[in-house]
Design a protein around this ligand. Structure first.
Ligand code: BMA
Length: 912
């Protein structure tokens, strides 16, 4: 450094110090992401591999394997997860982690001038006082070594691991190795070692083609296969790897959690700081939210090593706290919190973070006319009906879940009027971005802990690793307002209560004890200690408070008078609403369908495009799933009968989507209209989360969005059946009922009904109900009429020749979507024709649009542009007008010509 330059820098520094009055110590973080080397156990395969990443994607990228999702490759590549794999990288300790000599001498002069002599020695050392090697996520069982010295092991994909490495780093090359053990072999060894009793299920059903004993390894449970997903037991460094150096103290996590004291009408902000201090460090910490005129300074002592310290900032009662609201109920403003810590006049910590204020209560209290308890969420004091779905991992290989994939799926949820998603317990705790987007979009998250459909062991080391997992995940996630409830597991209370695994009654207590140990004494205890701002449920489904009364496993966790329920019935007629459970909260229900042809085409060849092909049954992981779909469809539709095998195949795919959309619509509408009623002690339904939002691969499943983001017909239906204002029509004992559902403010609504005959586009007759005041957050009966009388009063209509459309309106016009009610099933309808729909694609400033023209009433009109990603403004609709225009939002550049070439239009009448 030249003397002129030194003088310059020195002058600038002095100015800086005078200006700020402090010197700041900065942590240094150096990424070790990027290209590593990967090898298998006998060294026959050595290849470059990306970190973050996993073995499968590395092998695919280098051409050692094809697309793992292609055809039967899930079976062909089973060997990968039976081998052990080593990731290696060589690095030099980067300059940032060393204290530069020139800078140091200059700095010492500053320090001298400013009389902070004690820091001189601190800064003379060549490297940072503490250097950590941090793995944000290791999948899963591994041994980590640095320069041939073993640093330690990992056994839990859901934990961050760090190792103190300052003394082990050398000046030259440093070699870091992570050897991953086969998760399949590990799980099986752990199961064998658990000799006193089995921990079921031992293996998944054969139809899932998966691996065994996944409950013995803390890893994504569905990675060993599921009833909608393949078996790809991944291995890898699935999150960031880095070196972090610091001289005084390092901030690992800041978690601000607002709490509201209603008796004092006062907000308090609990701020937890997770830090690592090189040595015992005293300081003065200031928390401040300038927008809310709230600031406090605390004297603090950070003990040596890692510690979590909590502070409470009382929010000035005269300030205006802006509240976070779920989608459809208001905005999502935040306030900025600044945190700084001074030691003498050195700034040893300085950060800024968003704080969202909202309260959440899970209300379980006696309700009139029922022997049970309510079960609903109150956000900022307002009862809110949860509308949404269940989230599963978006890919078998988590490194493929890009920000764009997450954003697209979550945007699709919001675009379908959802306000909630349940992050299901057989997947992963999602990445930070997922929750930040949910915060932004107002998606309430029901967050499961990652345990599903199984019993779990409770040996010490298993409990210990779970404890650390839970602590870390709660600390990481608790500042997100989107998360409104923690839930211990998926279906394990039900599995025990209804004895899924045929546990002999003599042994039941053993499993019950394990259950309570894991979810109540450990997970629940930790969550309640770490987070007082939201409720905790032990399982889903559960009877909630009633399950607790019954010793945490209720005799019948599906009791409709308590808690949430999961309900599946594939054999009963889904158009018959009387078969649906009038539950307090439907957290799972659903029906399967096949994805579209273009999605399947990406992973199959011509011989697979047949309902009798090996591929067609191979991709189905749910016992009898294909048959159940067709049987359910056959209750109301003729099955496709084309002699052209390809048409018969694509028609079948289409019809399964029609069936699914119609079934989930019927069930969801039933739940929404049941929100204000108690019938025989049941009702007050306050949530409808269907199973499942997204797909992990291209296969039949319960999802409403295909792998790749394409909306199934169900997702378009969800836009309507989750609309804030919705008319619901149904029949009961020969009477037609129309309910008006409103999530919004009080509305004075009228139902407007139009009868059509299947054979004619001109309406047969029109009717209106009297106006009714429908209060916000309720469902009310708005119209009721005997069906025969209605038909008799309407031309020559019979239940077979006519159908009804209806909507709601107030003085300002139509409110909510137009709905319809088929008075008979289409397979017995009289007059349903092939409508000869023509379509024209156009483009203007607003984008692409398709104008349709039909010659007849056309149900389930389906537009498909094949591989062109994007979505229509509406799809799968009933066409009762000659012309209709829908817009298409393309997710990549396209053209009128490309869209026109790709466009197909199918309606029910076209598949026969
Ligand atoms: C529920 C879920 C999942 C499953 C789905 C469909 O039990 O919790 O385990 O994929 O049903 O069977």
């Amino acid at each position: 450094m030249t003397w002129r330059w030194s003088v310059c820098v020195f002058a600038l520094d002095v100015l800086f110090c005078l200006f700020y009055g402090v010197l700041t110590f900065k942590d240094q973080s150096v990424s070790l992401n990027g290209k590593w080397s990967l090898s298998n156990s006998n060294g026959s395969l050595i290849l470059p591999a990306d970190v973050p990443g996993c073995v499968h994607t590395a092998l695919q990228k280098r051409g050692y394997i094809q697309d793992p999702y292609f055809r039967f490759n899930d079976l062909s590549y089973r060997w990968i997860a039976f081998d052990n794999w080593t990731y290696t990288t060589t690095f030099n300790v980067p300059g940032e982690l060393k204290s530069e000599q020139d800078f140091m001498s200059l700095f010492m002069v500053h320090v001298f001038i400013l009389k902070f002599s004690k820091t001189i020695c601190l800064c003379m050392n060549r490297s940072r006082q503490k250097i950590l090697l941090v793995f944000d996520g290791v999948d899963t069982v591994a041994s980590v070594s640095l320069n041939a010295l073993i640093l330690g092991g990992t056994d839990n994909m859901f934990r961050r691991y760090d190792f103190s490495v300052r003394e082990l780093l050398t000046d030259g090359d440093n070699v870091l190795k992570v050897t991953l053990f086969s998760p399949v072999v590990y799980a099986s060894e752990r199961s064998e070692a658990h000799s006193s009793y089995t921990v079921p299920p031992e293996c998944p059903p054969d139809v899932q083609k998966g691996e065994c004993h996944v409950n013995f390894i803390r890893k994504e449970q569905s990675s060993f296969s599921w009833d909608w997903g393949p078996s790809f037991p991944t291995m890898g460094l699935w999150k960031e790897v880095r070196l972090e150096g610091f001289d005084v103290i390092q901030l690992i996590q800041v978690s601000p959690v607002p709490l509201y004291n209603s008796s004092l009408s006062q907000w308090m902000l609990q701020v937890e700081l997770l830090v690592d201090a090189v040595q015992t460090t005293d300081g003065n910490i200031t928390l401040s939210i300038p927008e809310l005129n709230s600031e406090e300074t605390f004297t603090v002592r950070f003990p040596t090593g890692r510690s979590g310290i909590s502070f409470t900032l009382n929010i000035n009662t005269s300030s205006d706290v802006n509240l976070w609201w779920p989608n459809g109920h208001g905005d999502r403003p935040f306030h900025l919190l600044t945190i700084s810590c001074l030691q003498d006049e050195f700034m040893i910590l300085n950060t800024e973070t968003k704080v969202y204020f909202r309260t959440v209560e899970l209300v379980q209290e006696p309700i009139p006319d029922s022997t049970g308890l309510s079960f609903y969420f109150r956000i900022n004091g307002k009862p809110i009906f949860l509308k949404g779905s269940n989230w599963i991992p978006a890919h078998s290989f988590q490194d493929r879940v890009t920000p764009a994939v997450l954003r697209n799926l979550l945007q699709s949820a919001v675009d379908a009027n959802m306000n909630a998603l349940r992050v299901w317990g057989g997947g992963v705790y999602e990445q930070d971005l997922f929750y930040s987007i949910c915060d932004e979009m107002g998606i309430m998250v029901w967050q499961d802990f990652m345990f599903a459909c199984a019993m779990y062991p409770t040996e010490d080391d298993f409990i210990q690793t779970v404890r650390e997992e839970v602590i870390q995940q709660v600390q990481r996630l608790k500042s997100h307002p989107s998360i409104i409830v923690w839930s211990g597991n998926n279906e394990n209370e039900a599995a025990l209560a209804t004895n899924w695994f045929n546990i002999p009654s003599s042994q039941r207590l053993l499993y019950l004890k394990d259950y309570v140990t894991l979810y109540v004494y450990n997970i629940r205890a930790i969550v309640q200690e770490e987070d007082q701002s939201r409720p905790f449920l032990v399982s889903s489904p559960t009877n909630g408070a009633e399950s607790e009364q019954e010793g945490w496993v209720a005799e019948n966790p599906y009791d409709l008078r308590f808690g949430d329920t999961h309900f599946y019935s594939y054999t009963s007629d889904c158009w018959d609403w009387t078969a649906f459970p009038r539950t307090r909260f439907a957290s799972e229900y659903g029906f399967q369908s096949w994805p579209s042809f273009s999605t399947l085409q990406a992973v199959s060849v011509e011989e697979d495009w047949n309902v009798t092909s090996h591929f067609f049954s191979h991709r189905q992981h749910h016992e009898d799933g294909n048959q159940q779909m067709l049987q359910q469809a056959a209750l109301h539709f003729h099955l496709p009968n084309s002699t052209d095998p390809l048409k018969s195949f694509t028609d079948t795919l289409y019809l399964t989507q029609v069936m699914q959309a119609q079934c989930v619509k019927a069930q969801t509408e039933f739940y929404r209209r049941s929100q204000s009623e108690i019938i025989e002690g049941e009702g007050h339904t306050m949530g409808a989360l269907y199973w499942q939002l997204n797909d992990i691969w291209q296969a039949p499943s319960w999802s409403s969005i295909e792998f790749g983001g394409k909306w199934k017909m169900l997702h378009y239906f969800a836009q309507n059946f989750f609309a804030p204002v919705l008319p619901v029509g149904f029949e009961d004992g020969g009477t037609l009922f129309i309910y008006a559902v409103s999530d919004l403010s009080d509305l004075k609504l009228q139902a407007v009904m139009t009868m059509y005959s299947w054979s004619d586009l001109d309406p047969v007759c029109a009717l209106q109900s009297d106006p009714l005041l429908v209060s916000a957050g309720s469902a009310a009966l708005i119209y009721k009429h005997n069906v025969d009388a209605l038909l008799a009063g309407c031309g020559n209509c019979t239940q077979f020749t006519c159908l009804l459309t209806f909507h709601l309106q107030d003085s300002s016009g139509q409110q909510g979507p137009t709905n319809h009610h088929f008075l008979s099933s289409p397979n017995v309808a009289d007059g349903l024709q092939s409508p000869n729909i023509t379509a024209k694609v156009q483009q203007d400033e607003a984008g692409y649009s398709v104008t349709l023209n039909t010659a007849a009433v056309a149900p389930f009109v389906w537009l498909d542009v094949g591989k062109i990603p994007g979505r229509f403004s509406s799809n799968g609709f009933l066409m009762v007008t000659r012309n209709m225009t829908v817009s298409f939002t393309a997710w990549r550049p396209t053209s009128v010509a490309e869209l026109s070439d790709s466009l197909t239009v199918t309606s029910l009448g076209d598949i026969y």
